[in-house]
Design a protein. Structure first.
Length: 252
């Protein structure tokens, strides 16, 4: 049985973070993985660094995939899903880090729960990847209506079983906050997301990330309610109030 985890990393001008991120993958105690780094026409040395790193480590599990033009993170992740050869799909952002037992513990949890969709806890980190001590706890399960009010699912912690969720359903839409839109679509299709309440990843907070701009984050979540989910203003406002409370609480 194919037990390989395909790790998908969208890359765009992430040269200063990539080595540390790839090191965290190579340090995994679970070793049956492939690392698919999808370069979205970076203008720095990201692609060259990936190739040099793979040669330096002599690690054939690391693959550089080059996009023909700059198409955005959603299409980069979708390309990775298309190219993936493993049964399991895991996402990792180019500037984030995993604890060494992340894959081992999450895969064991997924198999124990017989789940199709899992996510884990994580810790906020500074620009150097050093944990700040603020750990985000996650619920044991999330279904669609609950997820609309609680966007605690962090992309870098997600793992899917493609024997239970078809790859076609994993295609991220072309919309801001495409990851959250994907989680909602999967849950709306009848799946349950299972949360492993263990700190297994570090979310590196840098000044240049979209999520660092609170106004943009508010606009994005409102747009998801109104356009992606087709909610009226009252439904959107109801869910937004819960989202705002939890979003603030996670960062206190």
């Amino acid at each position: 049985m194919n037990e390989t985890v395909s790790i998908i990393v969208p890359v765009y001008n992430a040269e200063r973070f990539l080595r540390h991120t790839m090191d965290s993958v190579r340090a995994q105690t679970y070793t049956d993985w492939e690392l698919l780094l999808v370069d979205d026409c970076s203008t720095d040395g990201s692609a060259q660094l990936i190739e040099e790193y793979a040669r330096e480590k002599g690690d054939s599990r690391i693959r550089l995939i080059s996009q023909p033009s700059n198409l955005g993170a959603a299409k980069a992740r979708n390309r990775g899903v298309e190219e993936a050869q493993g049964r399991y799909i895991a996402y990792l952002d180019a500037d984030d880090l995993w604890e060494s037992v992340k894959l081992e513990h999450q895969l064991a949890f997924l198999q124990k729960e017989e789940a199709a969709f899992t996510f884990t806890g994580y810790e906020f980190a500074d620009e150097n990847g050093v944990g700040l001590g603020k750990i985000v706890r996650v619920p044991k399960t999330l279904e669609y209506r609950e997820a609309l009010k609680n966007t605690t699912i962090f992309t870098t912690t997600v793992m899917f079983d493609t024997e239970k969720i078809p790859k076609e359903l994993l295609s991220m839409p072309q919309i801001r906050s495409e990851d959250t839109a994907l989680w909602w679509r999967i849950l709306r299709s009848g799946y349950t997301a299972y949360g492993l309440d263990e700190n297994l990843a570090r979310y590196r907070r840098t000044g240049g990330t979209l999520s660092s701009n609170k106004l943009i984050a508010i606009q994005r979540i409102w747009n998801l309610y109104r356009k992606a989910e087709g909610m009226n203003r009252i439904q959107s406002a109801w869910n937004f109030c819960f989202w705002a409370f939890r979003a603030v609480y996670r960062r206190i």
